[in-house]
Design a protein around this ligand. Structure first.
Ligand SMILES: Nc1nc2c(ncn2[C@@H]2O[C@H](COP(=O)(O)OP(=O)(O)O)[C@@H](O)[C@H]2O)c(=O)[nH]1
Ligand SMILES: [Mg+2]
Length: 195
């Protein structure tokens, strides 16, 4: 599996504006977890998804077409940003619920978490939606460069135990040091094969 091309398609305000896809993989996670950096890393294009030091600004479903339509990546709005209003949090939750419920092409979610921390309550809420809608997911534990090798493995086991999932459902990556890509591409290949 290789990602030979990746192109931005649209920033959709809701699912009704989204393109039709056959295989779609959504990238979810907290604001600032490293979702956009992860997309740029695996697509080998620094400018594809906008990354920022200012969290909580994306309120749109950003679609990227890979390998001329073989599959799509969707950069979902990040959650858990403290400085947004209650109304805005509600709007975010509705947008995502709607997306998980109605997106026909959605086959898998990559949930991006910072490897240094256990998943938060918002992450758990999201995982519960995914179980509810029977959407398979893989945890992408990113920023692995911030920890030693031993600590990375320890965190992987801790996160797996915390979420009651197998360690093989957690892929360690660093978008900065560019590690973990092979495991991600292998997973994408499996998702496409079983779609
Ligand atoms: N050290 C390190 N920093 C990262 C990594 N991935 C993202 N970041 C940083 O984390 C911040 C948020 O990244 P971004 O991709 O915009 O997060 P998003 O809000 O989830 O899309 C930025 O300052 C990135 O440079 C990584 O693998 N390692
Ligand atoms: Mg982002």
């Amino acid at each position: 599996m290789r990602i030979k091309s990746a192109e931005f398609v649209i920033s959709a305000v809701d699912i009704s504006k989204a393109p039709q896809t056959k295989v779609e993989i959504a990238i979810a996670g907290r604001s600032n977890a490293g979702k956009s950096s992860f997309i740029n890393f695996i697509c080998d294009n620094k400018k594809l998804a906008k990354t920022s030091k200012e969290p909580g600004r994306t309120r749109l479903l950003n679609y990227f077409e890979c390998n001329k339509g073989e599959f799509f990546l969707v950069d979902l709005p990040g959650y858990g940003y403290a400085k947004v209003s209650f109304d805005e949090k509600r709007r975010w939750a509705r947008l995502l619920e709607d997306y998980f419920e109605k997106s026909k092409g959605l086959r898998h979610v990559f949930l991006v978490v910072d490897i240094r921390h256990n998943p938060t309550k918002d992450d758990i809420d999201l995982i519960n939606y995914l179980y509810h809608y029977h959407i398979p997911f893989t945890i992408i534990a990113t920023k692995a460069d911030k920890l030693s090798r031993a600590a990375q493995q320890r965190q992987r086991r801790d996160i797996a135990a915390f979420l009651k999932i197998g360690t093989d459902n957690i892929i360690l990556v660093s978008s900065i040091k560019k590690t973990g890509k092979e495991a991600v591409l292998k997973k994408i290949f499996e998702i496409i094969q079983s779609a």
